[in-house]
Ligand binder design. Structure first.
Ligand code: GLV
Ligand code: GLV
Length: 324
C-alpha cells in the first residue's frame, strides 16, 4: 500500500503536506501545539516516515515505538540538536533537515535583532507608553552603530556568512569569525578567522550562529562574558543551550556586557516571571529566525521532498547534516 507518514503538528504549511498526500497516507497530529510524548509514541507505530519539528525530541524510544518500517526522519528545521543523531544513524535511518532555504530569513531576523538591541528599539518603544518621552534629548536612548564597529561571528556557516555580508554592507570596520575550519567564502567580506578568545576580546557585536553540538553546549559561560568588552552587544540566534544563561543574566545585570538580543533561550517558551524578561538591556524574541511566510512554506516543501527522496530509494538527493 501507500507509505504512511506521521506529521507532528497541525499547522505545518500546506505546500509540503500536499506533496506528501499525493503519494502517501498522511496522519497529522490534530493540534497546533507540540505533540505530547506519549501520543508521539502511539501515533508513530508502523509509520514509514516521520515529519517532525524542533520541538519534538526524537530518540531511541521513538524509533523503537515506530518499529522496523521507519525509513526516514525529516525535521522542518536547520537545527538537528533535538534529534539523537547517533541513535538514528545506528539504525541506518537517513535524516532530513532544511539547510539553505532559511538562510536569508534567519540572517534578516539576526540583523533586526542586532539593531533592536543596539539601538534599544523595544526599551524605547516601552518608554513612550510609560510617559518617559519628555523631549528629544541629546543622550537619551543612545547606543552603538554597526558602521565602523568590529563584528564577531561565532560559526561561519550559511547563516553566519550571510550575516557577515549584511554587516559588511552596513559598514562594519572589521569582521572576525570562529569556525571549525577556515572558510574561504569569508574572504569576500574580509572576514578574518581568529581564536575564540580574540573574537570575544575585540568584538563590539558578538553574534552566535553556531550549531548546538556537545562542544558548543554552554560555550558562553562566565569566563566568555568577562572577556568581552563592557560595551559589547551579544546576539544569539542559534540555540539557547550554547549559553550558560545564569552567567548571561549576571553579565547583563553587572554591566560585564552592555546588552543582549536573544531569539533563542532556555526554556522555550520562557516563563513570564523569568529574570531575563525583567532586564531592560535584553531583547527577547520568541524563536522567529526562519519565520518569513515564504520561508516556512519552503521548509515544509523541502521536508516533504526529503521524505519522498528516501521513500523513492534516493537518500543521496537529500542534504545530510554534519556528522557529529
Ligand atoms: C530553527 O531554529 C531551525 O533550526 O530551523
Ligand atoms: C547552519 O546550518 C547555517 O546555515 O549557518
Amino acid at each position: 500500500g501507500r507509505p504512511r507518514v506521521f506529521v507532528t503538528r497541525s499547522d505545518v504549511p500546506e505546500a509540503g503536506l500536499k506533496i506528501l498526500k499525493n503519494q502517501c497516507d498522511v496522519d497529522i497530529w490534530e493540534r497546533s501545539t507540540p505533540i505530547p510524548r506519549e501520543h508521539l509514541l502511539q501515533r508513530i507505530k508502523g509509520c514509514d516516515a516521520l515529519f517532525c519539528l524542533l520541538t519534538d525530541k526524537i530518540d531511541k524510544a521513538v524509533l523503537e515505538a515506530a518499529g522496523s518500517n521507519l525509513k526516514v526522519v525529516a525535521t522542518m528545521s536547520v537545527g538537528v540538536d533535538h534529534l539523537d543523531l547517533p541513535d538514528i544513524r545506528a539504525q541506518n535511518i537517513p535524516i532530513g533537515y532544511t539547510p539553505g532555504v532559511l538562510t536569508d530569513a534567519t540572517a534578516e531576523l539576526t540583523l533586526a535583532l542586532v539593531l533592536a538591541t543596539s539601538r534599544r528599539l523595544i526599551e524605547a518603544n516601552k518608554a513612550i507608553y510609560k510617559g518617559e518621552w519628555k523631549s528629544w534629548s541629546p543622550s537619551w536612548m543612545t547606543g552603538p552603530k554597526i558602521c565602523g564597529s568590529v563584528v564577531g561571528i561565532v560559526g561561519l556557516g550559511r547563516i553566519g556568512l550571510r550575516v557577515a555580508e549584511y554587516m559588511h554592507t552596513l559598514g562594519a570596520h572589521k569582521i572576525l569569525y570562529t569556525s571549525r575550519c577556515e572558510k574561504p567564502e569569508g574572504i569576500r567580506v574580509g572576514a578574518k578567522h581568529v581564536e575564540f578568545n580574540t573574537l570575544l576580546e575585540e568584538s563590539d557585536f558578538v553574534i552566535v550562529t553556531i550549531a548546538l553540538v556537545p562542544e558548543t553546549r554552554g560555550l558562553f559561560d562566565c569566563q566568555a562574558f568577562s572577556r568581552m568588552k563592557k560595551t559589547a552587544i551579544f546576539v544569539n540566534v542559534s540555540r539557547g543551550e550554547v549559553v550558560d544563561q545564569p552567567a548571561l543574566i549576571d553579565a547583563l545585570k553587572n554591566g560585564t556586557i552592555r546588552a543582549a538580543g536573544l531569539d533563542v533561550m532556555t526554556p522555550e517558551p520562557i516563563p513570564l516571571d523569568h529574570e531575563l524578561l525583567r532586564l531592560d538591556n535584553c531583547v527577547v524574541i520568541p524563536h522567529l529566525g526562519s519565520a518569513a511566510t515564504e520561508t516556512r512554506e519552503k521548509m515544509s516543501v523541502m521536508t516533504a521532498e526529503n521524505i519522498l527522496a528516501v521513500l523513492h530509494g534516493r537518500p543521496g538527493d537529500m542534504p545530510a547534516p554534519l556528522k557529529i
